[in-house]
Design a protein around this ligand. Structure first.
Ligand code: GTP
Ligand code: SPV
Ligand code: MN
Length: 582
């Protein structure tokens, strides 16, 4: 296989001349090709097969111990003007970045096979979908792209018809963190990544294309590329509301997207459309619609068990790739909080010893096709996407943020999104557990200046009068001993129930400067082991803490100077003034 698309052919030839692979392989995306790659990786030691009785077609990959998460400090947005990348991004001039990458890629693929992966982000027939081609020397990347995107011949067909595609060049290089960079050239629709084989650093269709490059394109084209799950909530009367939720990395998107309703909410059903990324467009009627550009999941493994997320637990018992988990003596994958089995080996392949730390790396991941998920919605393949009733922001906050509140209007909702703060997690290299500003859960993923991004969000109000309501949730409130106050997981449906009731105008709420809070009793707590006092604490605000929070946000906006939209400043000042009066 090759292509009749001349610019693609020319680029592939140029890359091959420069990186000097032994072989070039155009990927068709067939099941046979996947199986062959798996066998080659088993032969080379890149993968090992897990227990074929209990985990059929499941494989384990152990990455280099220095290559276990996204590297935000080595990720750059390369625009001509530094201001266009904004203080939220690392910036390098395109000329300097090209020079650096050119020398790092010289001969990088010698002795290796170069794979050419045409892929389509989004349903293959959707006008909202976009294509790309990733060139990589990692067969592990090819296998993951097969599970997570529509890749191969179908995507190449669309590229040949449309002509336009995002160019992604990837090599694992020598895995030396000193020679690891992830560069984005939004004006050239191109990405270059070297020195890592892990997740978002290497699967270029995901964060690099579907968020950083796509957000940049979306701004000029009038849509949004967001770090959001998409879930359908069907009430017992048969009405389904689609909700898009933006939570930072490892803050609960996958879990919410495939939630199992608790016994106390009989007749409710949950449908998964996506667990990580949403592309949002206004349709001809002014309705906001979402598609999921991905077709598989790259999800956090630790914490997944029958109680927390049975859908995920079941879907990773077959046809899955595990990265950096431990293993039991009978060759099943093992991770912290799995609740069954015992670890025999850890994620570095060593005999398990508690003194060496957890058996599974905290950012260990599973890769599966979305169709493995028992709650998969066929509408994930609908070219027109699904209509969105509510947008929900959230973060990991031990204090301050209540369980749920509703923004007063779109402008206020944009402030609620822009002021998201959350504890850092193991999804990125760096300190874990420190609060940082993570606007719209896009801090690591917005491909341009956040101030311009907030203006773009605000501009939707001028284009339609049918925008969804905006909410904020926090599943992670803790008491002074560090215990979670809210049970979370399946029980989060109780909060979604309140959100839907608010969207339907069925219930009232308490008005406060930060938004509308649930009235006591409106969040159903039947069958929950939670005291009325705790529940009251979860749905009220601590005025002093919110004054500090508002001031932190005001200081954060200062980093963006004059580019901050006036409407956002005005919202922040309104809230400050109202809080001062309490
Ligand atoms: P990325 O894939 O990194 O974007 O993460 P994500 O937002 O999809 O996070 P995910 O759902 O994988 O959850 C990450 C961690 O948070 C897991 O260890 C979960 O067990 C835990 N978690 C998810 N939902 C809840 C919840 O409602 N309550 C509590 N306490 N923990 C949760
Ligand atoms: C995240 O970090 O938000 C992820 C995992 O979803 S990765 O694909 O590695 O970015
Ligand atoms: Mn993510």
């Amino acid at each position: 296989m090759t292509t009749r698309h001349a610019p693609l052919l020319k680029w592939v030839e140029e890359v091959a001349r420069h990186t000097r692979p032994d072989h070039i392989r155009w990927c068709t995306g067939s099941d046979a090709e996947y199986q062959q790659l798996i066998e080659e990786m088993i032969a080379s030691g890149t993968l090992s097969a897990l227990n074929p009785e209990t985990y059929p077609n499941c494989y384990l990959h152990l990455s280099d111990p220095s290559d276990v998460a996204r590297v935000e400090h080595l990720t750059f947005v390369c625009t001509e003007n530094e201001e266009d990348a904004g203080p939220n991004n690392n910036w390098m001039s395109p000329a300097e970045a090209h020079a650096k990458m050119h020398s790092l890629f010289a001969g990088a693929m010698q002795g290796r096979t170069m794979y050419v992966i045409p892929y389509c982000m989004g349903p293959i027939d959707s006008p909202y979908s976009r294509c790309g081609v990733e060139i990589t020397d990692s067969p592990y990347v090819v296998a993951n792209m097969k599970l997570m995107t529509r890749m191969g011949s179908v995507a190449l067909g669309r590229i040949e018809r449309e002509g336009k595609f995002v160019k992604g060049l990837h090599s694992t290089g020598d895995l030396d963190p000193e020679r690891r960079f992830i560069m984005h050239f939004p004006d050239e629709l191109s990405i270059m990544s070297i020195g890592s084989g892990y997740g978002g650093n290497a699967l270029l269709g995901k964060k690099c294309h579907a968020l950083r490059i796509a957000s940049y394109q979306a701004r000029t084209e009038g849509w949004l590329a967001e770090h959001m799950l998409i879930v359908g909530i069907e009430s017992p009367d048969g009405v389904t509301h689609y909700i898009a939720c933006a939570f930072p990395s490892a803050c609960g998107k996958t879990n919410l997207a495939m939630l199992i309703p608790p016994h106390s909410l009989p007749g409710w059903k949950v449908w998964t459309l996506g667990d990580d990324i949403a592309w949002l467009h206004l349709d001809d009627e002014g309705q906001l619609r979402a598609i999921n550009p991905e077709s598989g999941y790259f999800g956090v493994v630790p914490g997944t068990n029958v109680k927390t997320n049975k859908n995920a637990f079941d879907m990773i018992t077959h046809d899955a790739i595990f990265t950096n988990v431990g293993r039991t003596a009978d060759n099943e994958p093992w991770w912290e909080d799995k609740k069954v089995g015992e670890p025999a080996y850890d994620w570095q392949g060593r005999k398990y010893r508690p003194g060496n730390g957890p058996a599974a790396h905290p950012n260990s991941r599973f890769t599966v096709n979305a169709r493995n998920n028992p709650s998969y919605s066929e509408l994930a393949d609908a070219p027109e996407g699904v209509p969105i009733s509510a947008i929900v922001f959230g973060g990991r906050r031990a204090k301050v943020a209540p369980l749920v509140f509703e923004a007063k209007n779109w402008k206020h909702g944009v402030l609620v999104g822009a002021s998201v703060g959350s504890k850092t997690t193991a999804a990125a290299i760096g300190e874990v557990g420190v609060i940082r500003r993570d606007p719209m859960a896009m801090k690591p993923f917005c491909g341009y200046n956040f101030a311009d991004y907030w203006s773009h969000w605000l501009s939707f109000e001028e284009r339609t009068d049918k925008l969804p309501k905006i909410f904020h949730v926090n599943w992670f409130r803790q008491d002074d001993d560090g215990n979670f106050l809210w049970p979370g997981f399946g029980e989060n449906l109780r909060v979604l129930h309140w959100i839907i009731d608010r969207c339907e105008g069925r219930i009232d709420a308490t008005e406060t400067p930060i938004g509308y809070l649930p009235l006591p009793g409106d969040i159903d707590t039947s069958e929950l082991d939670i005291s009325p006092e705790t529940m009251q604490e979860l749905i009220s605000i601590d005025v002093e803490r919110w004054r500090t929070e508002n001031q932190h946000f005001a200081d954060y906006l200062d980093d963006f100077g004059d580019r901050v939209p006036d409407a956002l400043r005005a919202e922040q000042q309104r809230i400050a003034a109202e809080l001062a009066k309490l």
